[in-house]
Ligand binder design. Structure first.
Ligand SMILES: [Zn+2]
Ligand SMILES: [Zn+2]
Length: 131
């Protein structure tokens, strides 16, 4: 599926090919801190088919619990996180942050990763008062 997307300040624009079956809620502690909220939502890019059309990305390299080095990409102007992929162009998961995808309303999560570190309340928000 071809998608388009961009950042909060609109300087970043991209297009990509993603697999909608890979939309994943990630409860890892890195996603909690990095997103500034309770979890990340990512979708897998097919065969590195990601094209940056406009804007400048800033990169940060993290070392995952597995020991793998991953490159996180952010808008250099507003800081919106755009994607994470293996460092040094190694093969592996290339995940776009679903909140930046223009077609995000159609990208429904299919699975949850790192459930063991999930914030306990995330399983049960449906009944919270709507204000
Ligand atoms: Zn931006
Ligand atoms: Zn994560």
């Amino acid at each position: 599926m071809r998608i388009t997307g961009g950042c909060f300040c609109k300087k970043i624009r991209y297009n990509a090919i993603i697999d909608p079956k890979t939309v994943t809620i990630c409860h890892c502690t890195d996603c909690q801190i990095n997103s500034g909220t309770a979890y990340g939502v990512v979708v897998g890019v097919v065969k590195d088919e990601f094209v940056l059309e406009a804007g400048d990305l800033t990169y940060f390299e993290k070392i995952a619990d597995s020991g793998a080095r991953r490159t996180l990409a952010f808008c250099s102007s507003c800081g919106t996180r755009i994607f994470a992929k293996p460092a040094d162009n190694k093969p592996g998961r290339f995940g776009i942050r679903v909140g930046t995808v223009d077609q995000r309303d159609t990208l429904i999560p299919k699975q949850q990763a790192w459930w063991q570190s999930a914030q306990s309340w995330t399983a049960d928000i449906r009944d919270l008062p709507k204000i």
